[in-house]
Structures are given as C-alpha cells and as structure tokens.
Design a protein around this ligand. Structure first.
Ligand SMILES: Cc1ncc(COP(=O)(O)O)c(C=O)c1O
Length: 412
C-alpha cells in the first residue's frame, strides 16, 4: 500500500512521487491541471523504463540471446498485468497499440472492414472525442454505412430515454466514451452495453478518461472492445491497449502487415498468428508496455477507488468555488462527474484565458478538446478545461480561482 496515514491516503506525499511537480513555470510553482490531455509520471515508472534500457533492452520474440529473452518475458508479463488490471479472461485479449486512437482505428478498419456492410448503422454519441468519430466516418464513407448519434442534454448527460429507439436492428456497433474528456460526464457504461447486447450489437468503450481514474472491469462492463492510452494513467506516451473479447479478436483480420504477426510468408501469400500477435506488426513499444505495467502497479498501490474519490472531491470543490465567480459558465454539470471541468469566461476567449493562466504557472487546456461537434452543440467554439489527477490538491484549486479572478479583472 502507498503511504497510508491510518486508513487514509497521504495525498501530499503522493505529490513527491512526481518530480515534474517541483518545476516552476514563469516564476510560479507549476499547477498542472491538464491531466486529461496527458498525466504526469511517477518516479516508479521512470525508474522501470530506465532499468529496462540499462539491463534488458533488445527486440522481443526474435532473438535467441539472453537480453531478447528478458525483454520478451517482461513485455509478455506486462500484457498479463494489463489483463489482470481490467479483468480480461486471458492476456491474449490484450493488444498493445500506440494509444486509444490506434485501438479504435484498428477496430473500425479491421473488424468494421470485415463485418460491416452498406446500410449498417454505427451508433456513437454527440460527446465523442474525434478519435471515436473520425475512424467511423472513414469506414462509413468507404462501405456506405450510416452514422447515428445519441444526443447530449444541456447538463452534459446522454439522452438515454432515446437509446431504445436508436438501437434498431441495423445497429451493428455502439461505440461510446466512458467519461467525456470535455464535460467530465461519467456515462453508465455497463447499462449502455446491456442495452446494445439486447439487439446483438457489438460495443466499444473508449476508456481513455476512465482507465486510470476509477475501478473498471471488462467482464462487469460487458463490452466486446475497450480502448485506452497509457499516457493518461501515469505511463509513457506511445503505448495503449485494445481489449477485445477472444471470440471477436479471433474472427478479426490483421490491421497492419509486417514482421512479428505472421506464421509463414511466401512471395504471394501469408498466414497470420493468433491474436494478440496478429495485430502487433513490427517492433512494438517494449519500454512503453513495461512502463504501463509499472504504472498499473503504482495506481493499484494507491487504489482506483481512492483515486476516484479524490478526483470527484476536487471536481465538486471546484464547481462549488466557481459558483461565486461572475461571468463564468460551466459546461457539463452532470451529477456523475469526473475530475474534468470545462468552462467559458464571458470576458475572455478560452485561448487568451489559458495563456493568461500560464503566466501564473497554471497549465490548463483551451480550445475544442477534439470535440468540435460537442462544442457546436453547446454554442461555443471552445472552452477552458481544468483536469485533475491523484497529485492535484484543493490548495491548487484555490490558486486557480484566484487566477481566474485576476483574469476577470484583466479582460473586462
Ligand atoms: C475520451 C478520449 N478518447 C480518445 C482520446 C485519444 O487518446 P490518444 O490521443 O492517447 O490516442 C482522448 C485523448 O484526449 C480522449 O480524451
């Protein structure tokens, strides 16, 4: 267990695990409120990656020498670690990818390309990140499928009462985000999968914003596919995961072609390995996978339930404090709310506000957050977004509120 004080987590001590939080930005202590874009990395992960390069670095699955065997063993152990973390039945259900975006493209192109036909419907929601929208647009264009969307209410929740009428027999896949990266809304993912299952539709959960922030189990969710990125959960960039239920991965053709994914090759034709190796052409991100397993160890040492409570507490505290800020509109006020708060300030464009905040060492994100259709739905071109993680504190939120007050004066 990590640094528990009595039965409680010592959150200030956790900050010490993240060397970057000691940085000063523009003469101020860094306040890193951009964790929804990418999280910071603890020493435990940095050390494991360094150790890999110092003592194990070699290509996997190829060499008959000791280092290659070490690298392969560590890489495959990381796959098992991921399987355990999300409750997959076997490590063969875990495909390493570059991240959520590549995982979703893999499903759209390989699975969708094989199993979807003209006239089929792909059901999405209005709150999808572009990476769970554009791959489906590309596929729909190619094969003549139709895209359909679950609308979003003014508070940032999905219009779930419309779901049964949207889930017609033509719907072959329902792909949705677990947690909205702009609104902070937590969708009832298990319930959405259950409804899709009733009509035999396959489900894909975009867990990019959920995975490192809350307990999550693919058996309990009942999804066929689940996608996430390591870099949003304390792991390095360039590593991600596609979970696919065994039967469905077995039936899915390769996505990329190349080394590592074949059984035999002639000049005319190739035969392919079983999943997950069929989907991992070329040299994988070995250090990334090993770093991801270290991040899982780190997060589990604290506990995902605890991290979730911490995020929710910070979100509620922020919403409460923002009530007293004049000219500020929060976008996304769902009751089930993760540690992501989007807002617009009447006096300032989100880009200007975010640049102003940076002068005080406050890192937030300003813009459309890869959610252009959602921004249009709320009648804005963008928002400013503050997003929290296990190293964020109430004291930092107080400093953010002070900076926002200064901005209100500055821009009026
Ligand atoms: C909900 C959601 N889906 C997908 C992505 C894409 O993740 P990546 O860029 O790591 O592939 C993000 C990243 O911000 C996200 O927030």
């Amino acid at each position: 267990m990590h640094k528990a004080v009595g039965s409680r987590i010592d959150w200030p001590a956790i900050r010490e695990d993240f060397p970057i939080l000691r940085e000063r930005v523009n003469g101020h202590p860094l306040i890193y409120f951009d964790s929804a874009a990418s999280s910071q990395k603890p020493t435990a992960v940095l050390d494991v990656v360094r150790n890999y390069y110092e003592h194990e670095n070699a290509n996997v699955h190829r060499g008959l020498h000791t280092l290659s065997a070490r690298a392969t063993e560590h890489y495959e152990k990381s796959r098992q670690r991921v399987a355990g973390f999300i409750g997959a039945k076997t490590a063969d259900e875990i495909v390493f990818t570059r991240g959520t975006t590549e995982s979703i493209n893999l499903v759209a192109q390989a699975w969708g390309g094989r199993f979807l036909r003209k006239g089929d419907v792909i059901l999405l929601t209005e709150m999808e990140h572009h990476s769970n929208l554009v791959p489906w647009q590309l596929l729909a264009d190619k094969i003549g499928a139709e895209l359909r969307f679950v609308p979003v209410r003014d508070d940032g929740t999905l219009e779930l009462e419309k779901l049964s009428s949207l889930l017609t027999p033509e719907v072959k896949i329902f792909a949705f985000t677990h947690v909205s990266n702009s609104l902070g809304t937590i969708n009832p993912a298990a319930e959405l999968c259950a409804q899709a299952r009733k009509i035999g539709a396959v489900t894909l959960i975009d867990a990019a914003q959920a995975i490192g922030h809350m307990p999550l189990n693919v058996q309990e969710l009942g999804c066929e596919f689940l996608a996430f990125s390591g870099h949003k959960m304390c792991a390095p960039t360039g590593i991600g995961v596609l979970y696919g239920r065994s039967e469905i991965l077995e039936a899915t053709p390769p996505y990329h072609g190349g080394g590592e994914m074949i059984v035999s090759v002639t000049l005319e034709k190739s035969s392919f390995k079983k999943p997950p190796h069929r989907f991992e052409a070329g040299t994988p991100n070995i250090a990334g996978a090993i770093g991801l397993a270290a991040a899982i160890d780190y997060l589990e040492g604290i506990g995902r339930e605890e991290i979730f409570k911490h995020d929710v507490d910070l979100a509620q505290y922020t919403l409460e404090r923002m009530k007293n800020l004049p000219g500020l509109r929060v976008i996304g006020t769902a009751k089930e709310h993760a540690g992501v708060i989007s807002f617009v300030m009447a006096a300032a464009h989100p880009h200007d506000l975010t640049t102003f905040a940076d002068r005080y060492g406050l890192a937030m994100r300003g813009g459309h957050h890869c959610n252009q259709p959602l921004m249009r739905r709320f009648g804005v071109t963008g928002t400013t977004r503050a997003s929290f993680y296990l190293y964020s504190t109430r004291e930092e939120i107080d400093r953010m509120i002070d900076i926002l007050q200064k901005a209100n004066q500055f821009f009026k």
